[in-house]
Unconditional design. Sequence first.
Length: 275
Amino acid sequence: MRDFRQPTALPSPKRALGLPPAVILVGGHESNAGRALLPHLHTYGACAVAPVGPGLGKALADALSRTEGPVCVVPMTLGRDPGLVAGAANLVRRTALSRPAGRRLVFTRPLGLEGQLDGWLLEALSRGPSLGRAADNAVLVTAAPAGPVADGALRSAARRLARHTTAHVTAALERGSVVEAETERLRRLGARRIVVISAGLAVPRVSWAPDVFDMGPLLGPSSIRSLVGARCAAALHDLAMHEDDGVTAVLGPHPEHRRAEPVHDARPHPREDER
């Protein structure tokens, strides 16, 4: 007779890999803490989006309890939010260690890999209106303020984009009236057309004007869906082939999983005749 007091066996990671994954997106400053991703959440093939913190912890617990398949966690950064990646990986590791079902958690590489932001900015520029004479045009790369490192990365990306166009390229933080002030400065410099490109996943906050061309979010829903799918597929392959959950690549091996080193007693030992 079966003892129903015994807990139901949890599916192993190998068995779980044969089931459809649940996908959780982790949002940071590039997506307004994930809020910019909500309108197309199901288009991306995801079941939840949350910032690093209690909201992400709850999303992980809910996904593990509602599905027997793997749970893929995708850090939604385009390369300017390394803190998001580390914070999310740390929470995934803690959840995996605290729950038997946590073996089904897998952490993917970020949505945007190194160097991809530059290519996406250049592609957005090519979608915009013809810039014609350089003296008549300007390009404004915008993003929400996020601290010295991320803001510096935005300015660096704008400088690299400038190598591919004769128009004047500059960066502006979407804080208060900074973008409007920068567009006015570009007009005073002679710009008759200003192309605004967001370096994030949210719609740029820019006031409409006849000479301002807002290119909208850097990536469309179909592009994000393809990227999310590719990151999940690669992470699931690593889990199946190498038992790699993706967290170690970010945080290093967990202290409890490292090979134990011999412990040497540094205290002086008494001589035989002193005993």
